[in-house]
Design a protein around this ligand. Structure first.
Ligand code: S6P
Ligand code: ZN
Length: 190
């Protein structure tokens, strides 16, 4: 491995941005086609094409074994019908790579899923450290009324596998019903 000089990069904890980020990715509704369960509501919102979330990658880390990468994610508050705004969700390409999330602002639900379809949800707020063990797919959901912000630290060689979640989604949807947050079965999940 290349010998690297230690460094630090500032996160603006007032809004979750990383002003000196190597890369900022914005995900609008149009970038998430087919991932929300309520198709008619998605069509209606499509004209506005709202910003759903942004990812600030702190540093352009080489994707090699032993290195760690880190990023912040800012998910806007909102819903597509009764389904809350959320990230796309992914498994790591190298399935045996875990990850740590740390809540910075707002409220969310951290949804994790094993390949078998077993789902595990952890509530997150500022100060929550949530661990994704190897082999679990993961998606975050903003269940609050302000942006939900968290820091993620992960092996730089973990990679992203978006395919299986793009095809089948998660086994559970996170929805608001009667003013409460509920996990319900995803009808598209086979
Ligand atoms: C990377 C880590 C996060 C997510 C980010 C966006 O391993 O889990 O940085 O990439 O929260 O989610 P997604 O599913 O669009 O990559
Ligand atoms: Zn990940």
């Amino acid at each position: 491995m290349q010998f690297m000089t230690p460094f630090s990069i500032q996160v603006d904890v007032s809004n979750g941005s990383i002003p000196a980020a190597a890369l900022v990715q914005s995900r609008r509704l149009s970038d998430m086609r087919g991932l929300y369960a309520y198709k008619e509501a998605e069509e209606t919102l499509a004209a506005q094409n709202p910003l759903i979330y942004e990812v600030y990658l702190a540093y352009d880390m080489p994707p090699v074994e032993g290195q760690l990468a880190y990023s912040t994610t800012v998910i806007q508050a909102g819903k597509v019908s009764e389904e809350y705004f959320m990230t796309k969700g992914h498994y790591h390409s190298l399935g045996n790579r875990g990850e740590l999330y740390y809540g910075l602002k707002g409220e969310g639900l951290f949804l994790m899923q094993a390949e078998t379809g077993e789902v595990h949800a952890e509530a997150m707020c500022a100060g929550t450290g949530a661990y994704v063990p190897p082999y679990w797919g993961h998606r975050t959901v903003n269940t609050g009324s302000e942006p939900f912000v968290f820091l993620a630290v992960y092996p730089a060689d973990a990679g992203y596998n978006y395919q299986s979640i793009a095809q089948k989604g998660f086994a559970a949807l996170v929805v608001e019903r009667g003013g409460k947050t509920e996990l319900v079965k995803n009808p598209r999940w086979l």
